[in-house]
Design a protein around this ligand. Sequence first.
Ligand code: SAM
Length: 482
Amino acid sequence: MEKIIDEKKQGESLVLAQKEGNKRKLFIESYGCQMNFSDSEIVASILNEQGYNTTQILEEADLVLVNTCSIRDKAEQTVRKRLEKYNAVKQESNPNMKVGVLGCMAERLKSKFLEEEKIVDLVVGPDAYKDLPNLLAEVDEGRDAINVILSKEETYGDIAPVRLNSNGVTAFVSITRGCDNMCTFCVVPFTRGRERSRDPQSILEEVNDLWNKGYKEVTLLGQNVDSYLWYGGGLKKDFDKASDLQKATATNFSKLLELCAQAQPKMRFRFSTSNPQDMTLDVIETMGKYKNICKYIHLPVQSGSNRILKEMNRQHTREAYFELIDNIKRIIPDCAISQDMIAGFPTETEQDHQDTLSLMEYVKYDFGFMFAYSERPGTLAERKMEDDIPLDVKKRRLNEIIALQQKHGLMRTQEHVGKIEEVLIEKTSKRSDAHWSGRNSQNTMVVFPKENYKIGDFVNVKITNCTSATLMGEAVGYSENN
Ligand code: SAM
């Protein structure tokens, strides 16, 4: 299920400003999480300096790069189908085209890609994009090239990403890379390496630059943003070894959020993803304190059963999660909350599944992103547990979770009806050229007649109607933020 926060369509190829004098054509497309889309902007920026302009026409590309996802088996199958498509184009009309695989699948399969997929010339892991110029020189000389070394330091903080296929209003800014959580189902720690944070100064510079270019909303991105910790560089796990001065002057996530909110008081800030074990009270309090920090938290829980949470190594209990939810609702009563849920993790019983449904009943999430468990090679669950829940049972439980989420989603959107809410206009509505679409602070899509408003305006909208995912209304004037 595609995330609502995902701005870009899966597989969308990217177009950027063409640099004069560049002769070669790059076709780059991305799959998976928002981090991949953000990374592709860094890759396009690096290659723009190497003589490549982007194209959306596969048949005319000199170089095709696919930024890949390994999170579930289905994501990998989608990429394999794309490789077949590139191969067909190469055979039929573009024999000199070179093909490279980037991202998590590149990291997971490494040189196997070059051996198995004869079409692939280049394999580059998520921490090696700065090596692309050298790797492409190898490819030009007729050799296959690979770099899948994971880094302790790389955050690409010094590369100004080009904003691709952008609406000019909302942008993503990476603040951490990698993940240290070691959830037993998850491939991310193996494909994206250990967790490191980006220098807050470079984050603020990017935020200020975006504001100066007319952007109105930034989403701070990381696998686990609440775990952000800057103490002068290095891995999160090595913080214990830092000097007293480094420890005293370290920047944590709530401080970073505050720095952003203060640096651009008219800009909206969002963040994703939060892990319940790392979300602290000071983050919630900072959200409550600043109007320009949006009232929305994506707080994946994966299961409502304490036994399964333990098997997943989630490092918090159902009770601790409820306490966190209670604190969020106490400090920010109008805060929207969304979940990620996995149905059919190994050994999950009907009672465990009922615990998930009852947890959902307690929270009544605004949105949800729900998946059937997919065993991933190399993960702790794959090594230690049997994938023992039959597919039909996984699917039935998943459908029950989705149905309950739809019911709660509708309840939550109905709560907005009758209210006047600030909306940032992002684009023309998919369903009607005469309507704008944008999001309120709680991240719900709001659709309303265009009148004389324009993209990038902050508008107060009276909500008159809703579905389970969208609000409909009418503008009543500019908001004070405009
Ligand atoms: N970093 C976040 C966290 O810790 O919750 C999100 C990580 S992942 C990129 C996004 C979602 O994919 C997860 O929250 C989880 O629900 C789902 N996911 C990850 N591994 C999975 C697997 N093996 N099978 C099914 N869903 C999976």
